[in-house]
Design a protein around this ligand. Structure first.
Ligand SMILES: [Zn+2]
Ligand SMILES: [Zn+2]
Length: 175
């Protein structure tokens, strides 16, 4: 099982952007183009996924859905299929993690941002930097490349994990 503690909430610096079509409607429209219906199970999935902007993996979603009071049973296979649909529909995207676990986050209704990924605690820090975006645009322009999106992942150690171990502090205190 996954350690749910390791996927922490994102920092509050980025705020959702208003969208004309609700995630439920957008998903319904997408399914219609595939001649599929929005079932109660899929509705439960999209409601959960879009209830907060958190990074999550499929197993966490399976667990969360199984803990719902209404007792609606959503199979693991349905969750995985729905996540694939949502990626294809451009509503969520995969965020690479250093331990190869697949983590998802909203793309729809959420601003462009990049990630700092801690290799030790797996913490994800989101940021948006206008200068980086401008730099990427100028590189693309040099290649006559039309950008539809970009993704930047920076790996390393977060502030917490790059601190020296506490024991050494105590030793020094005693001197
Ligand atoms: Zn860390
Ligand atoms: Zn993110």
């Amino acid at each position: 099982m996954y350690d749910s503690e390791k996927v922490t909430k994102v920092e509050e610096s980025l705020t959702a952007i208003p969208v004309a079509v609700s995630p439920i409607e957008k998903y319904r429209e997408y399914l219609a183009t595939r001649k599929k219906r929005l079932t109660r199970e899929k509705l439960a999935i999209i409601e959960d996924v879009f209830s907060s902007h958190e990074h999550f993996d499929a197993e966490q979603l399976v667990t969360r859905l199984s803990q719902r009071k209404e007792g609606l049973r959503v199979s693991r296979a349905t969750v995985y299929r729905a996540l694939n649909d949502l990626v294809e529909a451009g509503m969520i995207r995969k965020v690479a993690r250093s331990n190869d676990r697949e983590v998802f986050e909203h793309d729809y209704g959420y601003p462009q941002h990049d990630h700092l990924i801690c290799k030790s605690c797996q913490n994800l820090i989101e940021f948006h930097n206008e200068e980086i975006s401008e730099l990427i645009e100028s590189v693309a322009a040099q290649h006559n490349f039309r950008i539809t999106g970009h993704r930047l992942e920076v790996y390393g150690l977060c502030q917490q994990c790059s601190r020296p171990p506490k024991r050494r502090h105590r030793k020094l205190d005693m001197v």
